[in-house]
Design a protein around this ligand. Sequence first.
Ligand SMILES: Nc1nc2c(ncn2[C@@H]2O[C@H](COP(=O)(O)OP(=O)(O)OP(=O)(O)O)[C@@H](O)[C@H]2O)c(=O)[nH]1
Ligand SMILES: [Mg+2]
Length: 166
Amino acid sequence: MKKLFLMGRSEAGKTSLVQALKGEELHYVKTQYTNREDSTIDTPGEYAESKRFSVGLACFSFEADVVALVQAADEPYNLFSPCLRAFILRPLIGIITKTDSPYANIPMVKQWMVNAGCERIFLVNNVNREGISELMEYLREDLEPITLEQAKNRQDLGLNEWDPVS
Ligand SMILES: Nc1nc2c(ncn2[C@@H]2O[C@H](COP(=O)(O)OP(=O)(O)OP(=O)(O)O)[C@@H](O)[C@H]2O)c(=O)[nH]1
Ligand SMILES: [Mg+2]
């Protein structure tokens, strides 16, 4: 199981997503600090919203196998700049929540995620669990462990550690 790191604006649906992934009933809990569980790291939205705290996000991301930008389909604005993935040394995915919102603008949010450098984008509805199984499927496969020599070899080729060597 890949360890999933979640970052995104407050109210984007990160904690609800953790609950949905665990098969729990949704219950609102304001995230006050970073919660590290077996397969998820859930962060408070304020970390992504503040220049000072966002540095903490980069540090926590190193404990994960994959980093997810979480944005609601009805997000009023975009917090993440283009090419954001440059400072993240992990695979970056996008997760769009609240696909059920009457104000959803999925093409716009998808474009923000493409611009940020997300390599895969998942659409989920935490309320009726639509899209959760596709995300689970992706998370289920572990990343292939590699040796230091293999990591150095990929670096010499200009590849990320997790990129396949063709
Ligand atoms: N309709 C709908 N509501 C959702 C969905 N996901 C989350 N919500 C609601 O959105 C609100 C905020 O969800 P949270 O999961 O607490 O958001 P968060 O990103 O963890 O917010 P912080 O802890 O403040 O960073 C809650 O009232 C959820 O019930 C969804 O997919 N659809
Ligand atoms: Mg939360």
